[in-house]
Design a binder for this molecule. Structure first.
Ligand SMILES: O=c1[nH]cnc2c1ncn2[C@@H]1O[C@H](COP(=O)(O)OP(=O)(O)O)[C@@H](O)[C@H]1O
Ligand SMILES: [Ca+2]
Length: 534
């Protein structure tokens, strides 16, 4: 460009200098060149054309315009001090409650992948359904985490921050068992949350379908699959009282078993999701189902292949049967307690676990278990919550390891004596330690026999806890839905990023300026000639 100027424009005004100026000053000389004609020959020696008022004014204006253009371009593109919005969701699960704080840039709500988990807080104590006989305590238990949330959300954002509480299978079961008690727990929890400075939006029980579908939304949102219209990931959630499976299958259009269909239109794409929640098939209730089955044959003692050899505990029948999942199976004339001992045999454990599933009744073209329709599995799956806790403890999260090797590893673990297990894991709660052998076996049985994962499709499962720093679970999907943060249609975006737009406008301005100079060239040539003649 500068070369062009030197070769074509500068010679137009030979009166300005005998030799071309350095390239950097060429641009500044242009307006001067244009504004001042060559002075009469008589004046050439005494009057410097640079001192003409018109030249000075035009030079100053030119410089101001260029500087303004650069400032505008720079200011427009500087990273803005980001403002954030917040949302809080309490996951009132059967075993415990957890609080999640989400954060997203205030101006860009609609952009996918923008909402992130800022903080989480684990409520001390059991799940809210365990407070049926003392509901006030359910409300009190949340206070510490609510105080923590007040520290994490900036004070000026408190009144506009929505706060939701969603309860899952623990409260579903309490509601079945004693709906008055469940109402009282919600009352107490509502009272406690209303006292917080946040915008409390209510507490309710999620349906199993919602729990499954919002888990699927979370996983796919965090993976940016929804906004980009990519193939989706299925979601497998294992809780304490229920378990969910959700995925998109080409085979499923909702016509067979419509009750399993959830339809979404997200970012301009339609999704027909298959989802099912199995109440009582979370790992804690599944353990009860299994024990209920085992106690049928001999009510005084249970020799359990799913417990480690040397495990020996006395358990209360009243505790085991205190759940609608098993309450109708209590053996007649059962004693108050039974002796629970371990033999540590995975193959036998698998057989006992299989007893809690019904694989025979199916009125559809195909089923998972208990007569529930399930289309053929498709695509990758993210398995979270207790799927992750158990497989990570057992070092079984690597699904590229053949299923046979996974089973062998589990066999060795279960056959280890209880005293050795306790000794090797001093920091792990005994409640969890006592159940990993069962939970590992249950997970493998549920996946392979229940959902029909094969040795090949098993490797499509990813055991995950977090995706890009946010926990996998239903809470984020629930909040995105309630705050309308995922648009049904893809948001229109400008064809060019801002920096590109500014650059192109600047280049165009310069090109137009140069073309203008070229078009004026003959005029100037004539003008210069005239001056010389005079
Ligand atoms: O560190 C852990 N190790 C093993 N299991 C865990 C750990 N933390 C949580 N869990 C289990 O994860 C499950 C979480 O279930 P949740 O309380 O969400 O029930 P829900 O989803 O059925 O309502 C429970 O079975 C709980 O015992
Ligand atoms: Ca859960």
């Amino acid at each position: 460009m500068q070369d062009l100027l030197t070769r074509f424009l500068f010679p137009m005004c030979p009166h300005l200098s005998l030799s071309p100026p350095p390239p950097a000053t060429l641009w500044l000389l242009l307006p001067v060149c244009l504004s001042v004609g060559p002075p009469p020959l008589s004046e050439m020696k005494e009057k410097n054309p640079w001192h003409s008022p018109v030249a000075i004014i035009i030079t100053v204006i030119g410089v101001i315009v260029i500087v303004a253009l650069v400032i505008v371009a720079v200011l427009q593109n500087r990273p803005l001090a980001q403002k954030y919005k917040y949302g809080i969701v309490l996951d009132a699960g059967s075993s415990h409650t957890a609080l999640y704080i989400y954060e997203w840039p205030a101006e860009k709500d609609n952009n996918t992948g923008r909402v992130e988990q800022k903080h989480s807080c684990k409520v001390i104590g059991p799940g809210i359904s365990s407070y049926a006989s003392a509901p006030q305590k359910a409300g009190e238990s949340l206070k510490a985490c609510m105080k923590e949330a007040e520290q994490w959300v900036p004070v000026k954002r408190h009144p506009e921050t929505p706060l939701y509480l969603g309860a899952t299978a623990g409260m579903r079961l309490l509601n079945i068992e004693n709906s008055a008690a469940s109402d009282k727990v919600f009352e107490a929890v509502g009272e406690a949350l209303q006292k917080s400075p946040f915008s409390y939006q209510g507490a309710r029980i999620l349906s199993g379908q919602e729990e499954g579908a919002f888990g699927w939304v979370t996983v796919n949102y965090l993976d940016d699959r929804l906004s980009q219209g990519l193939e989706t990931t299925g979601a497998l959630d294992l809780g304490g009282a229920s378990t969910q499976i959700s995925f998109v299958s080409d085979q499923y259009d909702g016509s067979e078993s419509p009750s399993n269909a959830v339809n979404f239109r997200l970012y301009g794409n339609d999704y027909e999701l298959y989802t099912h929640s199995f109440l009582c098939y979370g790992k804690d209730q599944a353990q009860r189902l299994k024990l209920a089955h085992q106690t049928q044959s001999g009510p005084n003692a249970v020799e359990d292949p799913c417990q480690h050899p040397g495990y020996n505990t006395t358990k209360k029948y009243s505790v085991l049967y205190d759940s609608p999942c098993v309450s109708n199976r209590k053996p007649q004339g059962a004693p108050a307690t039974f002796l629970h001992t371990g033999t540590g045999n995975v193959k036998q454990c698998q057989d006992v676990v299989k007893n809690i599933f019904n694989f025979t009744d199916c009125k559809y073209s195909q089923c998972s278990f208990n007569g529930v329709y399930q289309p053929s599995l498709q695509g990758p799956f993210g398995a979270f919550s207790a799927y992750y806790f158990v497989t990570s403890f057992l070092n079984l999260t690597d699904t590229s390891v053949p299923l046979e090797d996974v089973r062998k590893k589990l066999e060795r673990y279960c056959a280890t004596s209880w005293s050795q297990i306790v000794q090797e894991h001093p920091g792990v709660k005994e409640k969890y330690l006592a159940e990993y052998c069962f939970s590992g076996t249950y997970i493998l049985t549920l996946l392979t026999e229940g959902y029909n994962f094969t040795s090949e499709s098993y490797s499509n499962i990813n055991f995950i806890k977090k995706i890009k720093g946010s926990d996998a679970g239903w809470t984020l999907g629930y909040m995105l839905n309630l705050t309308n943060m995922i648009p049904a249609e893809a948001p229109d975006s400008p064809p060019l990023p801002h920096a590109g737009y500014v650059s192109i406008v600047s280049i165009c301005a310069v090109v137009i300026f140069i073309l203008l100079l070229f078009s004026l060239r003959p005029l100037w040539a004539r003008h210069c000639k005239k001056q010389q003649i005079v």
